[in-house]
Design a protein around this ligand. Structure first.
Ligand code: SAM
Length: 258
């Protein structure tokens, strides 16, 4: 039974880290006039409300994008994607990763999104009526292996689990290794929480050891509430587009100064 709902956390400091790097990677990949295959294993509902009861209850968005929006100039791809979504859905709208990707991808790219929770799938379908988007109500990690290598081969996958199933931390290094063997040109971006109990550490270390050319980037921040276990955000990227390191370095400086 899945209980995680991203609406309580959308726009928090972890989302800002993940979405800024996702948008920067896609901005780079879409500069070439060649089609891309884009995947998400854990898509969520796509569209969130910063003034919704869930966001107001936790206050995470207020401590997140509400506080750091000026880190991103209007021409930053994350700011551009947010502006496209607020123009359509109003100033309190916040795009999840599928809407950020849709804002930056071109009409000839393909999107395949997996999400398991029925209510999230229904909301995602409403938020993304585009015909070139394939929505799958299935296990995202199984989808990652069954749909790769894609055609076109050039492309990117975001793996963004909720880590409700604690075995995800053990499964992910092998999954990423298999995925990389099947799709060695794919840009694979994994998000994970940095936790005060270090539950993420073995996974992150294994990934860094196995893939020494990958981009591994962590930022730290104060927990959203006293005693809350998440004290930072981690991103691990296979085949990182070259300029992503510069954006990661810039974000390191900004988070350190928070
Ligand atoms: N990627 C989204 C974003 O950045 O806007 C947030 C996704 S949220 C962290 C994780 C999502 O994964 C939740 O919506 C949850 O319902 C979904 N989920 C949990 N287990 C899943 C599975 N095995 N396969 C696909 N989706 C799953």
């Amino acid at each position: 039974m899945l209980s995680y709902q991203h609406a309580y956390h959308a726009g928090n400091l972890a989302d800002v880290h993940k979405h800024a790097l996702l948008a920067s990677a896609l901005d780079h990949l879409t500069r070439k006039d060649k089609a891309l295959s884009y995947f998400e294993t854990h898509a969520g509902r796509g569209l969130y409300k910063l003034d919704g009861s869930e966001a107001l209850k936790t206050g995470e968005a207020a401590q997140g994008i509400g506080r750091v929006a000026d880190w991103f100039t209007p021409d930053h791809p994350y700011a551009r994607a947010r502006a496209m979504v607020t123009a359509e859905h109003g100033p309190a709208a916040y795009p999840g990763s599928p809407l950020i990707a849709a804002a930056l991808l071109r009409g000839f790219d393909t999107m395949t999104l997996a999400e398991l929770h029925p209510a999230e799938v229904a909301a995602l379908r409403e938020a993304m009526p585009q015909r070139y988007v394939q929505l799958l109500q299935e296990d995202g990690l199984a989808m990652a292996l069954s749909r790769t290598p894609p055609d076109p081969r050039r492309g990117m996958m975001l793996i963004d689990p909720s880590y409700e199933v604690k075995t995800d931390y053990d499964r992910i290094p092998d999954l990423i290794a298999k995925l990389h063997r099947k799709w060695n040109v794919g840009v694979v971006m994994l998000w994970y929480p940095v936790l005060s109990n270090n539950a993420h550490s073995a996974m992150a270390q294994t990934l860094r050891m196995r893939f020494s050319d990958a981009l591994s980037h962590e930022v730290r921040f104060a927990p959203a509430r006293p005693g809350h276990g998440m004290i930072g955000s981690g991103i691990f990227v296979l085949n990182p587009p070259f300029p992503l390191q510069d954006e990661a370095t810039r974000l390191s400086r900004l988070y350190a100064a928070l």
